[in-house]
Design a protein. Structure first.
Length: 698
């Protein structure tokens, strides 16, 4: 947020009514803006307001009022703005706010301090429009209660994964070389940035919990408390990734069996100590029985047993456990249908529906495999009506260009959130995350409010001066927060919001041109990325280990379960009930039927669900092999166009920022060409079918 984003607010006479930490944050934000832009902030109970007799219109009367509902009567003109609001009937909740403007006064009213903070940032988004013509009462409330970022940050540098696992934005904001980084200014600035996007929770360490990180739960708890202190003024609760084996690793117990009395006591005592230090601690994140992490299977227990022991420890304090559904066996051959990795999460978790405690949030990756640029929505999302679910996205661009490629993910996330698992017109993925998908079902009781588990993303931020390595990847961070607040927002409108907040009139001499060009560079960039990488939803084809750039067969003969099965006749994974792994049967109708048939399966997912001959004709009318060639040539051409557009921004925006993006676009083009050439050459050799247009295939 450049200070200029606050210009419209900073020039006002503002009154802030209410008390408490977050109200003070609002006051400080306004005071800083006022100091810069000539405004004036007054505080206190409105009735005893400082501007003469409270409420008198005139030279000293406030033009902007931000008030907590309980803070006493508002000055007359401000109260008039809110006429028609019935506090009893119109509860705003913990984070909601009202906004209205009349007769030259703009008012934000909230029931709770966090609502006031979100109201402030909404005013920032509106800019001068917040002080223009009258605005009728608008009521804003987040659709999702939990809007969380998971940091895959290691405290100690990991020999293979480095400081931040799958991080492409420099080092960790929180940790360095085995200890706290202690750049608390930066942590606070990060909290501010996240609050401005709408995020309200952060997990501060990697889901793969190594020995040093495990100790954050016990003797290194003070380091976590230091972070919580800096994030709290921005309404952000801190969560911790913990090891399921903590009772053994840290507690010296002989077992971590969740049904063992001593283990339960250990978790209860450890958790009590956490809340003594951090009273508003959010809870735990757990990756268990996955990719080498310990879990309940070792003791012959279910994941409900495992999650519930932690949930039981957290419940008295109001905390939640985010239990990840990313559980599969990464050391097996493809023997039969039961070993299809796409099936794993459903096979493990769907039978456990209804067996989790209320404060367990089952955190489900959006797709059945692993954050690919295209996957169907995970069938787990539709399979657990008796469980609080969170949907997990990946903002860090592990599989979408690693913040060297421009890839705006807003449209992809929006597609996922709007997907209707029970058929068009029915409840959506966003409804499941909000807890409103099951009509007639009362909101789950519990400690956290709201029935759903919300939205989580793996963070893409680090200590890079632009926060996200690729400056344009900031748009993904912003879009995540905004879509988590309201999954119904148009992702392209959100993109424009981000552009306007970032490239303000004072940082560029032609904001309209900048907005148009940047919009064109970003809006379709996810589909562009999809075009030049793995075709038709088949996924992977990335270089093993670091996952950057193409290697068509890189994972084909490994035990990781990510295959394309290309041979001389065809390509794709048969996941049908008729002849394949029966994965399509994990979906409710109509999708179980839609995906089962090659005739009705959407083109973009064809190879995820079917093994087809190269000359199979897609619904679009072209053959699979010709589609592979066409999309790969088109994808590279679009990157060329993107780079040309970006060049037109030289001298219109900050030179350093322009240079950083230019350099990354050069790399994106090189890499896209490499993808095109490898994928095209591979399928030309397998199929022997030449490109219908005779283009060069190396
Ligand atoms: C995979 C990443 C790996 C993560 C894992 C996870 O390659 O680094 O640990 O996801 O989500 O995509 O746990």
């Amino acid at each position: 947020l450049p200070p200029e984003a606050f210009a419209a607010l900073g020039a006002r006479r503002a009154l802030v009514c209410g008390a408490g930490l977050l109200v003070q944050t609002v006051r400080d934000e306004l005071a800083a803006a006022a100091a810069r832009y000539g405004g004036k902030v007054t505080a206190g109970a409105a009735a005893a307001g400082p501007a003469g007799p409270a409420g008198a219109a005139g030279a000293g009367a406030p033009e902007l009022v931000l008030a907590l509902a309980g803070a006493g009567p508002l000055p007359g003109p401000a109260a008039a703005v809110l006429a028609g609001h019935d506090p009893a009937a119109d509860a705003l909740g913990d984070e909601g706010f009202l906004l209205a403007r009349r007769a030259g006064v703009t008012v934000v009213l909230a029931d709770r301090p966090a609502g006031l903070l979100y109201g402030l940032f909404h005013l920032v988004r509106l800019g001068p429009a917040a002080f223009g013509p009258d605005r009728a009462l608008e009521r804003h409330r987040p659709v999702l209660r939990h809007r969380m970022l998971d940091h895959w940050d290691n405290v100690a540098v990991h020999p293979v994964m480095g400081q931040v696992e799958r991080g492409y934005a420099g080092g960790s904001i929180f940790w360095r070389d085995g200890g706290p980084r202690r750049d608390f200014e930066r942590v606070r600035a990060y909290g501010r940035l996240l609050a401005a996007c709408g995020v309200n929770a952060v997990a501060v360490n990697n889901v793969n919990v190594h020995a040093t990180e495990a100790r954050l739960l016990t003797d290194r708890l003070g380091d976590v408390a230091d972070l919580a202190d800096r994030l709290r003024p921005y309404g952000i609760r801190v969560h911790l990734s913990v090891s399921f084996a903590a009772p053994v690793m840290l507690g010296g117990l002989p077992t971590a069996d969740p049904c063992d009395e001593a283990v339960r006591d250990w978790w209860a005592a450890a958790t009590r100590r956490v809340y003594e230090r951090i009273p508003d601690f959010g809870g735990y994140v757990v990756k268990a029985d996955s990719e080498g992490q310990p879990g309940p299977f070792r003791y012959g227990r279910s994941h409900a047993d495992g999650a519930n022991v932690l949930a039981e420890a957290l419940a008295p304090h109001g905390g939640v456990v985010h239990w990840r559904a990313f559980v599969y066996n990464h050391r097996q051959d493809w023997r039969d249908r039961s070993t299809d990795r796409a099936r794993a999460a459903f096979d493990h978790f769907a039978p456990l529906d209804g067996r989790f405690r209320d404060n367990v949030i089952l955190q489900v990756k959006h797709g059945p495999i692993d954050f690919q640029p295209r996957e169907p929505v995970s069938p787990v999302i539709a399979a657990m009506p008796g469980t609080r679910l969170a949907v997990e996205l990946q903002a860090t661009q592990e599989y979408t260009g690693q913040q060297r490629h421009v890839c705006y993910l807003g449209p992809w996330w929006s597609e996922i959130l709007r997907f209707a698992p029970w058929g068009p017109g029915g409840s959506t993925v966003a409804d499941v995350a909000a807890g409103t998908a099951y009509e007639g079902r009362p909101a789950l009781p519990g400690t956290v409010g709201g029935g759903g588990g919300g939205l989580v993303a793996v963070s893409n931020a680090g200590d890079d001066p632009f926060w996200t390595g690729h400056p344009l990847a900031q748009a993904n961070l912003y879009a995540f927060g905004r879509l988590a607040w309201d999954p119904g927002l148009d992702p392209l409108a959100v993109l424009d919001e981000w552009i306007d907040l970032t490239f303000t009139p004072s940082t560029t001499r032609d904001p309209r041109l900048v907005r148009r060009i940047l919009h064109e560079v970003l809006d379709d960039s996810w589909r562009t990325y999809e075009r030049y990488t793995a075709p038709l939803g088949v996924g992977f084809m990335v270089r093993p280990g670091h996952h950057y750039g193409p290697d068509v067969d890189g994972y084909e003969y490994t035990p990781w379960g990510t295959y394309h099965f290309a041979d001389r006749d065809g390509v794709g994974v048969d996941r049908t009930r008729a002849t394949g792994t029966r994965f399509t049967g994990q979906y409710p109708p109509p999708w179980s039927h839609t995906y089962e048939s090659v005739q009705t399966c959407p083109d973009e997912l064809l190879l995820f669900f079917h093994h087809v001959p190269y000359r199979h004709v897609l619904r679009s009318g072209v053959t699979v092999i010709q589609h592979i060639y066409d999309s790969h040539f088109a994808g590279v051409e679009q990157v060329v166009a993107m780079r040309d557009r970006w060049r037109r921004l030289a001298r219109l925006i900050d030179a350093r920022l322009h240079a950083r993006v230019s350099q990354r676009l050069d790399e994106q083009l090189r890499c896209a060409q490499e993808w095109r050439d490898q994928v095209n050459a591979y399928f030309y050799r397998k199929s022997g079918v030449p490109d219908a247009h005779g283009r060069r295939i190396p």
